[in-house]
Structures are given as C-alpha cells and as structure tokens.
Design a protein around this ligand. Structure first.
Ligand SMILES: [Fe+2]
Ligand SMILES: [Fe+2]
Length: 194
C-alpha cells in the first residue's frame, strides 16, 4: 500500500502550495505584501504540471483496478474521471486569470477569485478521493492488487524522477517554491528566481 502513502504525500504538497498562494493573495489584497509575480507563475505551473498532469494519472492506475473489484465506488469514480479529464479547462481558466493580472495589476481581484474557485474545487476533489474512494480501495483490493498498483506507481516515479534531466524535478521545484514564499508559510527567501 505504498501507493496510498504516495497519494497522501502528494495531496499534502499540493495543499501546501494552494495554502501558500491563498495566504499570499490575502496579504497582497490587504496591502501587507508585495506580489511576487514570478512566484505566482511558478506555483500555477506546479499546479498544472504536477497536481494535474503528474498526480492524477498515478491515481488512475488505482481507480481503474478498483472499478474492476467493486461497484460501490462507481459513482465517485465516474465523478473523479470527469474531474481528471477536465484538468486542461480548469488550468486554462486559472492561467487566463493570472495572465490578465500580469498584464494589468487592476485585475488582481479576478485572479484571486479564480484561484479561490480552483482551490475550492481541488480541495473537494481530494476529499472525495481520501474520504470515499481510498477507503473502498482499502476494503476491496487484494494483496496482489496492491502489489500491482505499488509497482505501477514506483515505475512512474522512477521513470519521471527528474534526476535524468528529461523530466521536471518537482521535489526540487516544491522546495524552491517554499523557500521563496513569505514566512510563516515559507522561508521568506524570495523573490522567486526560478
Ligand atoms: Fe485526483
Ligand atoms: Fe489526488
């Protein structure tokens, strides 16, 4: 069940980045913090490339197998599949709001609103996975199923670790984002330099 730990760890990292953006938007909105535009851009990139493009396909390995073992998860799995599939539209809306804000600081409130909608969606998405679907997986997957899912996760992570220079190093990016984010949510070493 190593895969369950990996999903849990990834959810935590994604939640931490969303929390950081939300905190910064609140502080910028209140005039207490100067916006670090490069950091906003890098964090939205992290959400796109990691939270949407790398994270969900791993979950799909587990969800596809769960669908074969029980009907109890059918409604939730259908909902999650639709949500995984709608990632490009979701990110496009967020990116569009960010681009509009980068071009015109007067569009800050719209970006903050688009981000809030995104974060709210993603939080509910993770809750559906953690509270409904993963408990059913624990109940219905066999030891052999878990071995297969774990192997699938391991293979994906090894082949795209970012250590070979062919794939992005998201663990490294995560650390740089947290370093640059203002205290108390980050280490405050910003502005973000890339
Ligand atoms: Fe997901
Ligand atoms: Fe997830």
């Amino acid at each position: 069940m190593e895969s369950l730990h990996i999903i849990g760890d990834e959810h935590q990292s994604i939640a931490a980045i969303m929390h950081a953006i939300r905190y910064m938007l609140k502080e910028v909105g209140a005039g207490k913090l100067q916006a670090d535009l490069k950091l906003f851009q890098a964090m939205v990139h992290y959400l796109d490339a990691y939270a949407e493009q790398r994270h969900h396909p791993k979950e799909d390995i587990l969800f596809d197998l769960l669908a074969k073992r029980t009907d109890k998860a059918a409604n939730s799995l259908a909902q999650l599949a639709e949500q995984h599939g709608a990632a490009p539209q979701r990110i496009a809306a967020l990116q569009q709001a960010l681009d509009a804000y980068l071009a015109d600081a007067g569009k800050f409130a719209q970006f903050a609103q688009a981000f809030d909608a995104y974060a709210e969606f993603y939080r509910n998405h993770m809750m559906l996975e953690e509270d409904v679907v993963l408990p059913l997986a624990r109940q219905h997957l066999t030891a052999a199923d878990w071995a297969a899912v774990d192997a699938g996760f391991r293979e994906e992570m090894q082949s795209k670790s970012g250590k070979d220079g062919k794939h992005e190093d998201f663990a490294g990016l995560f650390s740089r984002l947290v370093d640059a984010a203002p205290a108390p949510i980050g280490l405050g070493s910003g502005p973000f330099k890339g």
